[in-house]
Ligand binder design. Structure first.
Ligand SMILES: [Zn+2]
Length: 122
């Protein structure tokens, strides 16, 4: 029985933190929080997680991703995100796939024609 209350209140946590609960729902959550340290702890943990995520979203500078790639590149001694990847990034991926398909098709045709077991006139 009391487990149900925990579950229901826990379900409402994110709505509670975002202020989306009705006044009645809010009161129910707050009343339960007042007497349940377990849910208070859980709510605090969720609040901190959401806060961290929000802070990350807001504070990530424009160079965030390039910085990470540079770090990885340096730590892997150029194995990842090196020039090769930069070059690859400049060629549209569709072109690469198209070139590969054409190459495979050519290979297939050549193999078929030179194969002794291939279909050939008598
Ligand atoms: Zn509880």
């Amino acid at each position: 029985m009391s487990g149900d209350v925990h579950a229901r209140v826990t379900d409402d946590f994110s709505a509670y933190l975002e202020g989306e609960l009705t006044p009645a729902g809010r009161a129910r959550v707050e009343e339960h929080l007042g007497k349940c340290i377990q849910c208070r702890t859980n709510l605090e943990r969720l609040r901190r997680t959401l806060g961290t995520l929000t802070a990350l979203k807001e504070k990530a500078p424009g160079t965030f991703l390039p910085d990470i790639q540079k770090q990885i590149n340096e730590r892997s001694r150029g194995r990842f995100f090196g020039r090769r990847w930069l070059l690859f990034g400049r060629i549209p991926f569709e072109w690469v796939s198209l070139a590969m398909i054409v190459a495979m098709l050519l290979y297939y045709i050549v193999t078929l024609q030179s194969s002794p077991t291939g279909v050939s006139p008598r």
